[in-house]
Design a protein around this ligand. Sequence first.
Ligand SMILES: [Fe+2]
Ligand SMILES: [Fe+2]
Length: 446
Amino acid sequence: MSILDTENILKSINASLKSKKLYPVGHPATIAPLKKTFEQVTETLQNQKSFALAIVNEALVVEDDLIEDSEQLYPDLLEHMAAMNIDAIIFENGLSEKEVNDAIDIIGGEPLQGDKLQQQIDAMAITHILLKTIPVGKRNVLEIYNDAVGAIVEVMDEIRMGNIPRSEPVNSIVDEMTTTVFEDENAIMGLTMIKNYDNYLFNHSVNVSILCLSLAKAMGLTQKEIHCAGVAGLLHDIGKTGVSEDIIRKPGGLSSEEWEKVKQHPTMGSKIINKMEKMDALIENMVLTHHVKYDHSGYPNTENKVHPLTQIVTISDAYDALTTLRVYQKPQDPVEAVKLMMTLSGRHFDPETLKTFVNMVGLYPVGTMLRLATGESAIVIRGNPDNPPCPVVKVIQNEDGNTLDDPIEIDLREDEQRRIVATINPATANVELSRFFENEAKESES
Ligand SMILES: [Fe+2]
Ligand SMILES: [Fe+2]
């Protein structure tokens, strides 16, 4: 196709987006450029199967040709693509005028990120125009994790000041974590093993959210249910802002009065969620009943039906709490935690959901520290589902206990000498786990 054809198409698309901003829907000034776009693209598609425009290194590229001065010539197009995180628009043979109109409507509308953009495209039944978005995998998992901590800190601060927290930051960070759980599960699951107990409640909230997302995914739930599980995990303990810090951090037993206070946190949390914008009723229910056990013991004594999916939060919450060092509790290593939880199957936990959870974290969960037969220490980087007793590890300390500058990655299926002899309690190992998962995340991107 000639450069003139390309310019004409870009001009029409840009004009369509610009007129959409200036005139109401259906105004003649909006119809003309849309019609032109459709006609020009259709003509081009008579000679080729598809027509693609993309952003490469912040510049507009059409069919492998760099478009000069695109920012001056087509500002609306570039602005909307950036706002939507769209890095390519591909028109395919067979497209209809309606598809062009609908796609321009979406691109020129309110910014939608990730899954929401795709949902909108599906809802409009647009099949001959692909809008490709930049994957969030480009962002480091540790940044995403820290942003999630930031989001829960903001929620708690707002509650403390007597305000209703904003839903938007919560929803968007959960969306981003969801994408990461689908694209880079080992890296983000590894981060849940960092137990920073200075910030127990914040880290715990993020960890539970990640575990909930992973479990919901493993259960094969819908996108909507997965999202609800992630939000409920992040917000499950927000009712604790009403319980004083001294009580939460108190070592040893609580007085019965203090205990009564702690027991109010699910009810208080669900009341706050009820007032937050656009929060699904399922999230409210999950938070209200996350301490109601499978056998209906626990608290609060609620008339409300416990939604079966609440077990996602209950199980993830228990696992993270068990594996975390707290003032009043020595942490269990992940393997011990799983064993303990299995003994409570059918009483505290729904057997089916627990089974899926145990399969998900595996025999040696990602992040578990191991002692090998060679005397070395290693950390689990990912599981081998075909051979659970032999995961892939990084050896981080030699037999003398000296930390290696360059950890060696070993697939234990291929190394008989390095058998696992024990798991190491994270409390006794002075290792900064995040280092290994940051690297892991970078490697899996390349
Ligand atoms: Fe709780
Ligand atoms: Fe909790």
